[in-house]
Design a protein around this ligand. Structure first.
Ligand SMILES: Nc1ncnc2c1ncn2[C@@H]1O[C@H](COP(=O)(O)OP(=O)(O)OP(=O)(O)O)[C@@H](O)[C@H]1O
Ligand SMILES: [Mg+2]
Length: 427
């Protein structure tokens, strides 16, 4: 899949580069061609100007005149009123037929390109206005274009070589760039793949248990509900587990695609905390765990009440789950400068140094927990992290193995603009 994408990116890159090089090279070629022809025409016009201003034009016909001798690429042709070639300087540069072609293929005073004897020439023909030589009716100045064509020819080869080299370089550069550009895409693709695989795996266990238990029920159709209540209880427990898992998965999937919105309002955090803690008291009591609180009141927070409640439940559930009987849980909350500070600490089994960096990863569960067959899917802290991030807060976990765990939360106290939602000072 990525090979195809990479190939497409490279081809696109090379095609754009080729197009760009071709356009620039064509512009360069056209400009150079124009400049070379323009320079040649300038030479012809200057020569015409000099000839018209001569005192005695017949001097030009002397073979050693500096004006006609200085540049061997230029030939001067002189015709009489009948169109007969009177003279050419340098002598015998062209045959009579070729000279007549220059006369026939040009208009007076316009510079033309004439091809004769398989060579190209730039020709300027003009009527003689110089009175010193009345026999000369018109004069032609002919300049050989072979060197101009040679220059343009080699320029074209240079451009072609440049384009080929550019395209080859762009292919290699494209391969390199596509590889780099695909790294984050590949990572997130692999992450997503892992997420789907883990989710399917986690869903498979409760599904299998529910299926097996239901089949067991069918084996004894005459049994009463009371007789089968242990099996039915397992089905209920597993379907609850599956329901929670699907809820958690949905939350994370929607948060990934930014579909979940935070509906913020002012929350009375002191009463929300007391309410959530009270829900856990009965459970804590049955496990002989003491819950101590130090809650500042009044304490308000700008946020989504439902999500903050979910966050507190996730953290208290962990504290209770990972703390053995006769342990202790402490919940503290207060204002801290411009932030709201919440701390939930427990005297539970703690998290090892190796595990600590991974606890926010999806489906990550500590080894100890797995071996103790604690309920859970490893999605709680991933959701907690998302809720804290969505509120522009910070979550930090400190833990010592067999000593306990401390989770600290810091939220901005006041409503913030979208640009300010990250960072709330230091924990
Ligand atoms: N208070 C805690 N004490 C000890 N270990 C903890 C504590 N909180 C989290 N952990 C460790 O971090 C892991 C991830 O926690 P998380 O809440 O994401 O998953 P879970 O509690 O195992 O499952 P879920 O919350 O989805 O039911 C836990 O499996 C556990 O190893
Ligand atoms: Mg949990």
């Amino acid at each position: 899949m990525f090979n195809n994408t990479r190939r497409r990116l490279v081809i696109l890159n090379a095609a754009v580069f080729l197009l760009l090089l071709s356009v620039l090279s064509s512009l360069l070629y056209v400009h150079m061609r124009y400049r070379l022809f323009h320079d040649t025409d300038e030479i012809l016009k200057q020569a015409e100007h000099r000839i018209q201003s001569f005192h005695n034009i017949s001097e030009l016909l002397r073979s050693d005149h500096p004006d006609t001798q200085q540049d061997e690429r230029t030939t001067y042709l002189f015709w009489n009123a009948q169109g007969q070639l009177l003279e050419q300087v340098p002598k015998q540069s062209f045959s009579l037929g070729t000279a007549n072609q220059f006369r026939d293929h040009t208009d007076a005073l316009t510079v033309r390109t004439v091809t004769a004897d398989k060579h190209s020439y730039r020709v300027l023909r003009f009527p003689n206005q110089n009175q010193s030589s009345a026999a000369i009716a018109s004069i032609g100045i002919v300049r050989n274009l072979e060197d101009v064509k040679g220059t343009l020819h080699s320029l074209m080869w240079d451009i072609a070589a440049g384009i080929i080299a550019g395209v080859v370089i762009s292919i290699f550069a494209g391969l390199f760039l596509a590889e780099r550009a695909l790294i984050p895409i590949r990572r997130s693709w692999e992450k997503q793949q892992r997420f789907v695989a883990d989710a399917s795996h986690e869903l498979r266990t409760p599904t299998a248990i529910i299926q097996a238990q239901t089949e067991l029920l069918f084996r004894h159709p005459a049994h009463s509900i009371e007789q089968e209540s242990p099996n039915i209880a397992v089905i209920l427990k597993e379907s609850k587990r599956m329901g929670k898992l699907v809820d958690d998965l949905l939350t994370l999937a929607r948060s990934d695609s930014n579909q979940l919105q935070i509906h913020s309002s002012t929350i009375a955090l002191d009463s929300l905390l007391s309410e959530v803690i009270d829900q856990f008291r009965l459970l804590a009591h049955t496990k002989e765990i003491e819950i101590r609180t130090d809650l500042h009141s009044p304490l308000s927070l700008w946020g989504d009440e439902g999500r903050i409640r979910q966050l507190l439940i996730i953290l208290l559930d962990n504290a209770l789950k990972f703390t053995p009987s006769s342990g202790r849980i402490e919940v503290t909350s207060r204002y801290q400068s411009n932030s709201v500070y919440i701390r939930i600490s427990d005297s539970g089994c703690g998290i090892t140094e190796d595990e600590l960096p991974h606890i926010f990863e999806r489906f990550y569960r500590g080894d100890k927990v797995r071996s103790r067959t604690q309920a859970g899917t490893g999605l709680g802290l991933s959701i907690a992290q998302w809720i804290v991030d969505a509120h522009g807060g910070i979550i930090r976990v400190n833990s010592k193995e067999n000593k306990g765990t401390k989770v600290e939360l810091l939220f901005p106290r006041k409503q913030r603009g979208p640009a300010e939602t990250s960072g709330v000072g230091r924990l």
